[in-house]
Write a protein that binds this ligand. Sequence first.
Ligand code: PEP
Ligand code: MG
Length: 538
Amino acid sequence: MEEERRLEAALAQVRNSLSHMIDGDPGRISGVSREVLETFLMLANDPGWEVKLKHGVRAGLSADAAVERVRGEHRAKFNATRDPYLRERMHDLEDLDNRLLRALAGVDGATSQAMPDDAILIARELGPAELLDYGAERLKGVALEDGSNTGHAAIVARALGIPMVGMLPGLLSRVEAGDAVVLDGERGELRLRAEGQVISAYSQRLNLRSARAAEFARLKDIPPITTDGQRMTLLLNAGLALDVHHLDETGAEGIGLFRTEFQFMVSETLPRLESQTLLYRDVLEAAGDRPVTFRTLDLGGDKVLPYVAAEREENPALGWRAVRIGLDRPALLRYQLRALISAAAGRTLRVMFPLVTTVQEFDAARELVDRELEWGHRHGRSAPLKVEVGVMVEAPALAWAVPDLKGRADFLSIGTNDLMQYFFAADRGNQRVSERYDVLSPPALRFLKRIREDAENAGLHISICGEAAGRPLEALAFTALGFRRLSMPASGIGPVKRLILSIDAGDAASAVEDMLNESPASIRPELTAFAVGRGYAL
Ligand code: PEP
Ligand code: MG
């Protein structure tokens, strides 16, 4: 009983300190990190976590040992997954476990007492709440042996404007307290004991960077139109409610891809209907008049959920994933669609399905939307004003079936991450092969062009939403192929808009056409030389 009381007291302390961080000093936490903390508090309040801990104590463990055991379970899950995204979620859970252990030991969180001004924090790993403990005033950067750009700590760091670099193995053994270091968050580099010339080279880079940031900010409200009058639409890829603030920051015209699986992956238990609805409604409200395209759950393969036992598959990327799961186990997908429909009451709902391979799969998925709309109608729920149902073109088989989608789908979005993985038969998550082939190769570009033409002939709107769309040279090639809607990470909007404003789309189209008549492994060098020659802003 005593141990259970200690555990409860420590849990209450952790929850209180998180709530305090959220409600406390308003100047310290921006809207963005507040939302991260709220997600985090949600994890801390998760009954699943508490039940597991109490279970340990009731089985005779001390409170500390019970936390250690749960942390061990988290680590085991963490080590079993290859998905970097999920690994990050496990780091977040570890952050909570660590806070709880500190609370049990009577230590109140990390503090910034001993930290000098202009400090760069170097650690093995760091959770988002720990980062907030340190605060942004004196902390000028974070370098981690572990931890990557997709984690919550990285999101909080970005929100606080603190540069952060992860994946620096062996760092702790090479650096001493008090060393002067240069941290380059943009390139993901850390220079130890930097000297004169290196420091001045970095100062120049800093000046250049602020000049560029100022330029992107100036471009924010300028529509992306090429010099020959082609109007482009640049959209944002997002995955959390807090990503939506990038809309205002970047001037993107909407969200071209909202990856809904994020909410499922950060949660310890299956998100309930209400919490799904709440998230989607928040996103729509924050986006205002700007369109949002929700993508239904893209789980499976490596993206396993902590609370769903996954079967090991020989080839996860080719396995039971995305809409395949949704169609075989429609309850989960129907639930999600119900949440989306109810969140979009009185507005337009745009929803698309991932990894559809055949037209029949699309029809079946669309039918689930219709069934949910009927369900809502029968139960007197208010409906969206309009529902547009689209499909991601990620499987080559579907890419060749675009003409058959006429009259069935309302729009298409090419996911180049997966489409290129399947096109080149090269695992996007395997660094040995993921960079081996280039989307700027003639076969890939001819393929994309063909998809665009087929879509146009079928009267279907088409966009590109893979990571490649956010890189200026690739964006130039896609524009040259006739694409006019590109969706990308927030960091791509400024550079791509700057490029679009500088190019002549017709001129680029004929240049790329010529390049496609040759057969180099990639047109990257030629296209770069062409763009530089024309003075395009790459
Ligand atoms: C894609 O495959 O290009 C895509 C946008 O989806 P994800 O990266 O989430 O698989
Ligand atoms: Mg994909």
